[in-house]
Design a protein around this ligand. Sequence first.
Ligand SMILES: [Fe+2]
Ligand SMILES: [Fe+2]
Length: 138
Amino acid sequence: MAELFNMLKQDHQEVTDMLEQAIESKDPSQFPKVKKMLDVHMEGEEKFFYPILRNKDKEGMLEAYEEHKVGKKLISEISDTESGNETCIPKIKVLKDVLEHHIEEEESEIFDEAREVLNDQQEQKIVQQFEELKSQKM
Ligand SMILES: [Fe+2]
Ligand SMILES: [Fe+2]
């Protein structure tokens, strides 16, 4: 009963590492790759993962969707910014802050709640759905 949560945590780690790398090196050239990973991760959570929380923690679930919306706005703004623009790295920093807050809530509260409502079979199913989505879109 850990595969799903390990997979999500690994995505979180990869994405935040890549953002950190871009900030430290002041080089946003890998951002399109981060965007692709985030798009797929968020789509998978929204379609397959968050809905299981509706009867457990509706408020927390709705908040997670809203945090994704903020993240997506920032991601699209960064994508529209020339890499040489002086605001590009600051925008990436703000995205990283927003995502870190979201990931923190996800890995503490949301994962615990999900562990309480999911059985092994449901967890496997979500992992499978995520893998299909990743193979389609990445
Ligand atoms: Fe996540
Ligand atoms: Fe999320």
